[in-house]
Design a protein around this ligand. Structure first.
Ligand code: GLN
Length: 485
């Protein structure tokens, strides 16, 4: 018999071991599972421990899977010979805009409150095939409409770093879940910042991929010509691993790209010495929070120490980003949401929130005869100018460094109560009509302990370069390791 105090110490050691699991990287988790140092069941249990403790306040899930059912699935995975994937046995969350066969999918709107899809989104199917385990469907701004996860019929998502503030949007549930260690990783959707904004505000890493890099099949459409499907996780390395599984041509999505999928993991290696990062002077002027600016300057200094050349560039078109984005965005969403007419999916159009109704009305107006040339067509011409502006910038640098949002996480009510402020919050993330990728990376905290992120933008299909820049930065900093648990 062991003496009582030794037993207590052993119990605590066990507890510490288990409670630290979700701090590990995907690579560490995969090798720990392989070597049977811990099990997938341990991981899932740890997720639910955090969910039970924190979800009543954070409100991360629209649909949380039954704990016993998920534990059973994990146990079965623990017994089986794993498929050859680093994601095998790892718990993940997915934004509620992805169709999951047999599991309710609402896009956080009452219109789809009882909708159970008969098929899986390609990205979800790929993760299931890799052996990952779904924990739940996360809360979001309805239809992707928002930057704060307040435009939801299931209650706002609160920020794990300050519960009086929002988690960001529209993939806010995902970001809060990862920041609160309720899952190892998540799949978000970024049309005009929805992965990057909540990643920055919750201190996680998120990748907006090149348009067409990941199949959109089964993703509820917001702006079909901008929507992208991307990973949200703790680190750039984790995002690379998830992208490896999810990227590629899909016969079910004609807009998915046939561009070859590189080996993202091995492309993290090598060096970043000699690369050039451009900082557009228009992004560091008035209207941007001073603490955000100085944290991003510090990140730039860090890159300079790593041998990267930092250069000031100019992108005068940036100020037109919001009108171009919102004219095309609302036009496409007015068309995409026309199908929810009460005939095919049940509930009628009176169930849309006022934010969504406003977007439908704006888009319908921009597309209507008589106004089409003045608004929609002008915005499409603006889109072409943006494409040229970014192409020019990439002749001067390999990547562009910008803030994600002009301010840290806002108080509840601040964005949803002010539609113009809500749109202007997207000033640095609304270049999505261009189709280029962008990586959001944590760079520190404000004096009141709110997380701040930077975004690195690259040319089409430059994910390997962006992930490498993020990876090198995270090797010499530890912001991404911090949590508020
Ligand atoms: N905040 C932006 C919007 O409301 C981004 C949304 C998104 O990327 N889904 O349109």
């Amino acid at each position: 018999m062991l003496p009582e105090n030794i037993k207590v110490i052993l119990w605590w050691t066990q507890f510490l071991r288990i409670s630290m699991l979700l701090e590990k990287s995907i690579k560490e988790l995969a090798s720990g599972l392989k070597e049977k140092k811990f099990s997938s069941e341990d991981l899932v249990r740890e997720c639910y421990e955090n969910i039970e403790k924190l979800n009543p306040v954070l409100n991360v899930f629209v649909t949380l899977r039954d704990k016993d059912e998920v534990i059973k699935e994990a146990r079965e995975k623990d017994k089986k010979t794993p498929v050859n994937s680093l994601l095998y046995g790892l718990p993940f969350v997915i934004k509620d805009s992805y169709n999951t066969k047999g599991i309710r999918t609402t896009a956080s709107s009452k219109v789809l409150e009882t909708y159970i899809p008969p098929y899986n989104a390609t990205v979800y199917q790929k993760l299931l095939d890799a052996g990952a385990i779904l924990i739940g469907k996360t809360n979001m701004d309805a239809w992707g409409h928002g930057a704060s996860s307040e435009n939801t019929d299931f209650g706002p998502v609160r920020n794990p770093w300050d519960n009086s503030r929002v988690a960001g949007g529209s993939s806010g549930g995902n970001a809060a879940a990862i920041a609160a260690r309720m899952a190892v990783f998540g799949i978000g959707e970024d049309t005009g910042g929805s992965i990057r904004n909540p990643s920055g505000w919750c201190n996680i890493t998120g990748l907006k991929v090149t348009y067409g890099r990941v199949s959109r099949y089964g993703c509820i459409a917001y702006v079909s010509s901008f929507d992208t499907v991307g990973p949200m996780a703790r680190t750039a390395e984790d995002c690379a691993i998830i992208l490896q599984v999810t990227a590629g041509k899909d016969p079910l999505d004609a807009t998915s790209s046939p561009e070859e999928v590189p080996d993202y993991g091995s492309r993290l290696n090598g060096d970043i010495k000699g690369m050039t990062i451009g900082m557009p002077k228009e992004c560091y002027g008035e209207g941007v929070d001073n603490e955000i600016k100085s944290l991003i300057y510090k990140a730039a200094e860090q890159y300079a120490k790593l041998g990267v050349e930092i250069k000031e560039i100019s992108m005068p078109m940036l100020e037109y980003g919001v009108p171009v984005y919102y004219l095309i965005g609302t036009s496409e969403t007015s068309s995409n949401l026309a199908r929810y007419d009460g005939i095919r999916y049940g509930n009628g159009r009176n169930k849309f929130t006022s934010e969504t109704m406003r977007r439908i009305m704006l888009g319908t107006y921009a597309l209507s005869a008589g106004y089409y040339d003045a608004y929609y067509k002008k915005a499409q011409q603006g889109r072409t100018l943006f494409i040229k502006e970014y192409a020019k910038a990439f002749t001067q640098c390999d990547a562009i460094l910008m803030p994600i949002e002009p301010m840290p996480a806002t108080k509840l009510g601040e964005l949803i109560g002010d539609p113009v402020k809500n749109m202007l919050a997207d000033i640095f993330t609304c270049q999505t009509p261009v189709g280029i990728p962008s990586l959001a990376v944590p760079v520190g905290f404000t004096k009141s302990n709110l997380p701040v992120g930077m975004q690195l933008l690259g040319n089409m299909f430059s994910e390997p370069l962006l992930l490498k820049l993020g990876y090198f930065y995270q090797k010499v900093t530890d912001w991404h390791k911090k949590s508020n648990l």
